[in-house]
Design a protein around this ligand. Structure first.
Ligand SMILES: Cc1ncc(COP(=O)(O)O)c(C=O)c1O
Length: 354
């Protein structure tokens, strides 16, 4: 119950679109047709209330690959990149591979809820700080960042001349009636300093077709610079399956997606009621996606023993919270994008070993 994909078949209309394309048997190079950009812009408008002219949208070769391209475009080796741990670890590891210096602005965990530490953030900036990577919604803690938080983040980063890369890959999976707010939509400032990265791969469970993502860049100068990097690295060619799957996912009525989200919500409720803290593990109800952050600090185990408890003793393979950076010790991440029977089996095994 670890890596962030689901056990479910994708929406039938997504696989049918790819199958139809394969049945044509001619699988040569292609360019993204207008329908690709229109499908993304239409989805942003209807699902997230964000008016996106199609010229702001560009195909991207996967979210992390594109964040790397943004590191290369908007910073130099030795420049600083800020991340907000506990957070999806490739933001940091790929920045470091590219010679950038990663600085942590850890989230604050107060009364069972995560918040951004704006005061801590103000203290981190210096002349070499160029980029902040935002996880919106936030993997692994499951927060759907509110409008005021995003607007305040934009204002602070703008004051320090820092660009915000907003990873919105989990944005289509907001739960319990919550709405995803694209960073670039929150204010003129955010639109000027932000780049949004999205993808249908998480919500429609198609990450195995890889290289399937897009960016939204309202600011023309940043757009031009970023597109030049993609072009210069020969990274502007979407696979034919990326194109078909994205158009299908984003142009059908979202009933399939809504049904998946309800199923995930019920799985989460099963976990939250079983792991309510009484046995030393408290599940934190996520506001988006199928990843549940388990607070295991009350078990008082060293991290290695905690991971051994789940992965070896219980036979429930989770992600090690410590891998997400400061604030992750004492936690693990549990993927509930799977049949209820698996969730129930995992819970019974976990309770048994505790
Ligand atoms: C927050 C976040 N960003 C990016 C990715 C990976 O995206 P891609 O496969 O498009 O690089 C994941 C996958 O788990 C993720 O959780």
């Amino acid at each position: 119950m670890w890596i962030a994909d689901m056990d479910f078949r994708t929406a039938p209309y997504v696989s049918e679109a790819m199958r139809r394309r394969l049945d044509r048997d001619v699988l040569g190079y292609t360019y993204g047709p207008d329908e690709f950009f229109e499908a993304i812009a239409g989805w942003e408008k209807t699902r997230h209330g964000f008016d996106v002219p199609t010229e702001w949208v560009e195909y991207c070769p996967g979210v992390i690959a594109s964040i790397c391209q943004a590191y290369l475009t908007f910073s130099e080796p030795g420049d600083k990149v800020i991340v907000q741990p506990p957070v999806y670890d490739p933001f940091k590891s790929y920045a470091e591979r590219l010679g950038r210096v990663v600085t942590d602005n850890p989230l604050i965990f107060r009364d069972g809820r995560y918040e951004m530490d704006f005061e801590g953030l103000e203290r981190l900036f210096d002349a070499r700080t160029k980029i902040l990577v935002l996880c919106n919604p936030h993997n692994p803690v499951g927060i759907v960042w509110p409008q005021e938080t995003l607007a305040r983040l934009a204002e602070i980063c703008d004051r320090h001349g820092v660009i915000v890369l907003s990873d919105e890959i989990h944005g289509d999976l907001t739960l319990y009636g919550r709405h995803h707010i694209p960073f670039c939509s929150v204010s003129e400032t955010a639109a000027r300093i932000g780049i949004g990265f999205g993808s249908p791969t998480k919500a429609f469970n198609i990450p195995g077709i890889t290289g399937t993502a897009y960016c939204i860049i309202p600011d023309p100068e940043k757009r031009e610079r970023f597109h030049a990097t993609l072009e210069n690295c020969k990274n502007r060619e979407a696979s034919i399956f990326t194109i078909e799957a994205t158009i299908a996912a984003y142009t059908h009525e979202p009933d399939w997606l809504e049904a998946v989200k309800h199923y995930i919500e019920d799985n989460i409720e099963t976990v939250v009621s079983a792991l309510d803290g009484s046995d030393g593990i408290r599940a934190i109800r996520p506001e988006a996606s199928f990843l549940v952050w388990l607070d295991c600090r009350a078990l008082n185990l060293p991290q290695d023993a905690l991971i051994d408890l789940f992965n070896e003793k219980a036979g429930v393979v989770v992600n090690n919270g410590a891998g997400y950076g400061p604030g992750g010790e004492g936690f693990v991440r549990l993927n509930v994008g799977c049949p209820r029977s698996i969730v129930e089996e995992a819970l019974s095994r976990i309770r048994k070993v505790i």
